[in-house]
Design a protein around this ligand. Sequence first.
Ligand code: G3D
Ligand code: MG
Length: 174
Amino acid sequence: MSFLLNLFRSRTKHADITICGLDDAGKTTILKFLETGEFVETTPTMGVNRETLHLPNLQINVFDLAGQEDFRNMWHNINEKSDGIVFVIDRSNIMRFDEAKDVFEQTIHAQLDQDLIILILLNKSDESDVIEKSLFIEEFKLLDLPFKWAVFETSAKTGEGIFNAFKWFVDEFV
Ligand code: G3D
Ligand code: MG
């Protein structure tokens, strides 16, 4: 049984979560880690930026937000259907921080539900040259966010931080 489903089963009846972030941030790898408990190689999804995983008491929607000119269809989906958002960032890719920040701000500012829970994953923590968590919090202006949020340092390669991150997340909507 999936790692994440186990965590949810013992605590919640049903939840819809949305995992979003730029392409290549590690969203699918994190999802696979949650399903299997180990690192699984992924292939980039060509032309499609959406995946949905239906589990008995959990639905997970995954969106690649890079290059999305019109976010509105997604916001509808996120706002209406999600109990929480997981935003994944490749903390080793300094070249794409500005893009990630723009997309993060657009994602956050479109939220209507003040009770939304936001889990931010600084992924690829196993890489050697990564942005510091404190600098990230400052750069992405997290202290100004009107939502409940937390940042965890993760690696979908080694599994570092993943359980603790999702445990925090799940516990927030018990
Ligand atoms: P996406 O679903 O957000 O688009 P993927 O991203 O999950 O497809 O991952 C993109 C690439 O990043 C994959 O490598 C994957 O193995 C790698 N990756 C994901 N998470 C981590 C991590 O925590 N650490 C490191 N070092 N790499 C990670 P490839 O080589 O297949 O493109
Ligand atoms: Mg993917």
